[in-house]
Design a binder for this molecule. Structure first.
Ligand SMILES: Nc1ncnc2c1ncn2[C@@H]1O[C@H](COP(=O)(O)OP(=O)(O)OP(=O)(O)O)[C@@H](O)[C@H]1O
Ligand SMILES: NCC(=O)N[C@@H]1O[C@H](COP(=O)([O-])[O-])[C@@H](O)[C@H]1O
Ligand SMILES: [Mg+2]
Length: 399
């Protein structure tokens, strides 16, 4: 078979699945890797590999065996030192080994953004013990947010309002962290008016931006997102300038999801993903080229002459509420029949559920952001997950 390029995808969740579809449409061969079999991207890729990407030897062996044109990280659970080592040997890491190393742990990107680049961030300290947490909290002040330096989607994150809450927050962070570094960040709580993701594309011919994406989070995990987010031209310009500074520092080509808090006219850098962002799934309905198409084009060095906006759009997540290995979905017809705009759904096909695991997303476009958010939430609410072996009328096949 003839392919445009061979991509080794490290992480095969919902973001990797949509990216794989975009890359395959451009003629790429995709080998999807993750720590479990049957992951969403594996279902649409050419081949798959199941291993822990935190295991440096196995990661190195997989890259050497496949000899991909590009290694495309998709999750925040990768032994990125190995990517740096292989980049030095000539392997192309997306967007760059430096970007993956610096963003894999929160302390890396925070030190780059706040110290090296001088961007406005929340005040922060790191701690590796409960004693150090207590001392750092004294310097930051309350309320504050505690997160493991290695985690994503809000795992291990707590908002601490009083000193009595520090021990529980430390325990929660340590028990939910990914990887082997018992280290947390304490951040000043920012009482923001709203928060956004600025999709920033670094290409061989310059840096491009998508209109800001607004989002709402619960437990540190995204619930709904919308585009465009209402934001003053001055605030957009400030966010774009900061995003450009940080992606130029990290280097390489690809799409980045740069997160900001906005308080009045003040724009505060939070963190970034050197890859498509979960809140950016709204671009599956809002833009002519989704964030996944844009990532693929930037990686392959293909032109992006225009990113057309289709109109006010929103996404709303479909979450599981318990653990189960046997799942069926119902209500798809009802969801797609929500009136008032264009509605679509993505069900990710994750082989098992756990409480709050994201299983799908509803997408909507309407005449206003308010209407699009209402439609997406309504559609997401109409999808029902049935757990166990019980037969569900109107659906067939397992998820
Ligand atoms: N310092 C802070 N002040 C106020 N809210 C915060 C702060 N830090 C995080 N949050 C809230 O928690 C959310 C998740 O935080 P953050 O993005 O740092 O976590 P994450 O685990 O990396 O999430 P993801 O991987 O989904 O981006 C933020 O989008 C914001 O809503
Ligand atoms: N905020 C990061 C994010 O959304 N990442 C996405 O979630 C998947 C893991 O989901 P899982 O935990 O349900 O396996 C990742 O593989 C990626 O697609
Ligand atoms: Mg985040």
């Amino acid at each position: 078979m003839a392919f445009t390029a061979k991509l080794l995808l490290l992480g095969s969740g919902e973001l990797g699945r949509e990216f794989t579809i975009s890359a395959k449409r451009l003629g790429c061969e995709v080998i999807a890797c993750d720590s479990y079999a049957g992951a969403p991207a594996m279902q649409v890729a050419d081949a798959s590999e199941v291993f822990s990407m935190l295991d440096g030897d196995r990661l190195r062996a997989a890259i050497r065996r496949h000899r991909p044109d590009f290694v495309v990280p998709e999750v925040e659970a990768i032994r990125t030192e190995v990517l740096a080592e292989l980049e030095a040997e000539g392997v192309a890491i997306v967007p760059s080994a430096r970007a993956t190393v610096m963003t894999m742990n929160r302390d890396g990107i925070r030190d780059v953004a706040a110290d090296a680049l001088g961007l406005r961030t929340s005040r922060y300290r790191y701690a590796e013990s409960l004693d150090a947490v207590q001392a750092a909290a004294g310097e930051i002040g309350l309320p504050l947010v505690i997160k493991p330096v290695m985690s994503s989607s809000g795992k291990g994150q707590s908002l601490v309002r009083d000193a009595e809450g520090l021990a529980a927050a430390w325990d929660h962070a340590v028990s939910a962290m990914r990887g082997d570094r018992r280290r947390v960040i304490l951040e000043e709580f920012i009482d923001f008016d709203y928060e956004i993701t600025l999709l920033t594309i670094r290409t061989r011919t310059g840096v491009l931006f998508c209109p800001p994406i607004g989002h709402r989070q619960e437990r540190g995990d995204y619930q709904e997102s919308w585009q465009p987010a209402a934001m003053s031209p001055a605030a957009i310009a400030a966010a774009e300038a900061m995003a450009r500074t940080v992606v130029d520092d990290l280097g390489g080509y690809g799409l980045f999801g740069v997160e900001f808090f906005v308080h009045g006219e003040e724009v505060i850098f939070s963190e970034l993903s050197p890859r498509p962002h979960d809140t950016g799934m709204v671009t599956l309905i809002s833009q002519s080229l989704s964030e996944f198409d844009l990532h693929a084009r930037a990686i392959l060095g293909l032109p992006i002459p225009a990113i057309a906006q289709r109109g006010p759009s929103a996404s709303a997540v479909i979450l599981a509420d318990r653990a189960s290995d046997t799942l069926r979905y119902a209500g798809l017809a009802e969801a797609l029949a929500v009136p008032g705009g264009e509605v679509d759904v993505r069900l990710f096909g994750k082989p098992s559920a756990r409480p709050s695991r994201r299983m799908g997303v509803a997408l909507a476009r309407a005449e206003s952001i308010e209407a699009a958010r209402r439609l997406a939430a309504e559609a997401a609410g109409r999808i029902r997950i049935h757990y166990g072996d019980a037969a569900v009328a109107g659906t067939d096949g397992d998820a």
